[in-house]
Design a protein around this ligand. Structure first.
Ligand SMILES: [Zn+2]
Length: 213
C-alpha cells in the first residue's frame, strides 16, 4: 500500500503516520523530518534548508523531491508519505513515478492550528505531543522512547501564521488535485489521534474496497 497524508501544519499528520507504522507496518516517511535532518548537516544544502525552514517558507520542490525520492526508492512499497506533496508540482512529479493508493487529508481550522502548534512538543523519534490534549505520560519526556521533548524552531507564533498562509496558497491546490483524481480521503483532524486513526481506516477500507470492485 502506498499512501500519503497531507493537511495544515499541526493537523497531526506525524502522529497518524506513526500509528500507520505501528499498526499496519507501513514505513513512515516524514518529509519534514528528512529536511530537518538535512538542515542539521554542515553542508551548503543543509544551511540553505535551515534558513528556509526557520522563516516558515517552503523548501523548493526540486530539493524536496531529491531527498524524498531517495527515501521512497529505498522502501519501494508499503509506506506512508507525511508532508508530501506540499505543492501541486510535487504531486504531479510523484504521480509520474509512483501511483498512490490513497491520499489522506486531515482537516482542522486556523484557530485550531495556532492553538495546537503553540502547545506542540516534538521528539526526535518522530512522535509529537500536545500539552492541550495529547500530553506525554511523564512531563516533557517521550512515551515512545523516553527522550526529552523539544520545541521546534518553526512552531513560534509569528512563523506559524506565515506557515498557515503558505499552506493555503500552495497546498490547497494539491487537495483539489487529489479530489479530482478520486484519491482524496478527507478526515476531520480535531478529535483525539486514536479516534482520527479509526476514522481514517474506516474510510480507507471503504475506498479501497470500492476501487477493487
Ligand atoms: Zn520519542
Amino acid at each position: 500500500m502506498k499512501l500519503s497524508i497531507i493537511g495544515p501544519p499541526g493537523s497531526g499528520k506525524g502522529s497518524q503516520a506513526e500509528l500507520f507504522e505501528k499498526e499496519l507496518k507501513l514505513k513512515h516517511i516524514s518529509v519534514g523530518d528528512l529536511l530537518r535532518e538535512e538542515s542539521k548537516k554542515n553542508t551548503a544544502l543543509g544551511k540553505t534548508i535551515k534558513k528556509i525552514l526557520n522563516k516558515g517558507d517552503l523548501v523548493p520542490s526540486k530539493i524536496v523531491w531529491q531527498i524524498t525520492k531517495k527515501e521512497i526508492s529505498s522502501v519501494r512499497d508499503n509506506f506512508i508519505l507525511d508532508g508530501f506533496s506540499r505543492e501541486l508540482i510535487e504531486a504531479k512529479v510523484l504521480d509520474k513515478h509512483i501511483g498512490l493508493d490513497g491520499v489522506i487529508f486531515l482537516h482542522i481550522s486556523d484557530n485550531e492550528i495556532l492553538r495546537r502548534l503553540s502547545n506542540r512538543w516534538s521528539c526526535s523519534c518522530g512522535m509529537t505531543y500536545n500539552l492541550l490534549n495529547y500530553k506525554p505520560r511523564k512531563d516533557k519526556l517521550c512515551d515512545n522512547c523516553g527522550r526529552k521533548l523539544y520545541k521546534r524552531e518553526d512552531d513560534r507564533p509569528d512563523v506559524i501564521k506565515k506557515r498557515i498562509k503558505v499552506y493555503k496558497k500552495e497546498t490547497i491546490p494539491v487537495v483539489d488535485y487529489y479530489k479530482k483524481n478520486n484519491l482524496l480521503i478527507k478526515v476531520n483532524g480535531v478529535k483525539k489521534p486514536k479516534e482520527v486513526f479509526k476514522e481514517i481506516l474506516h474510510k480507507l477500507n471503504k475506498k479501497l474496497y470500492k476501487v477493487s470492485k
